[in-house]
Design a protein around this ligand. Sequence first.
Ligand SMILES: [Zn+2]
Length: 232
Amino acid sequence: MIDMRAKNVLVITPHPDDAESGAGGTIAKWAQEGACIVLVVCTNGNKGTSDRSILPEKIAAIRREEQKASGEVLGLSEIVFLDHHDQELADNDEFRKELVREIRRHKPDVVITIDPGRKWIRHRDHFVTGRVALDAVFPYARDHLAYPSMLENGLEPHKVEEVYLWGTDEPDVFIDIDETFEKKVDALYCHASQMSRSKEEGTSRLRERFSENGYKVHSALAETFKRLQLRG
Ligand SMILES: [Zn+2]
């Protein structure tokens, strides 16, 4: 198992609550083990409601507070809100540059984000985030000639060692979350505006879902990832 002491981890999530759902147990576990974990929230979640009486700015404000509360539960060191509107993320220079800036600022050993695979129906913000995050990791954050003005601001090139992708169809890493499953659920339920089920019912569904791969690491519960290793 990797030693997470003194490691820097950058988590890049499309919407508030996606990281908790895909990787919350691992994030909480690594934070407990001493990693410094920064979360980048790409959108403000302003279309995340079925309540027609709530304005987009209002739901975005609610979700920002929910994300902060969840960050406390997970043990995050910092949360960066990029504040893009829901369903408006694009694979463009503006978004890529923002992610490169955060990678160069926080210098993560490990980046955790969502698998950009786009089979069947998938939320567009999800695959755009995964794709742009991977491009930002390599080659844009690494190359000094990518966004040269960043050098003037002290944002030196940075090499990420590993990327972990949640929501993948091809998992090859299984992380035991027995000890942090409760924190994962608590963090998810900080996002009260997004929860349609009671916490009791939600917990049993999550337990069922994350028990599928536990046997691979001799635990009851495990989160699954596709790991990409980058060479120097
Ligand atoms: Zn999402």
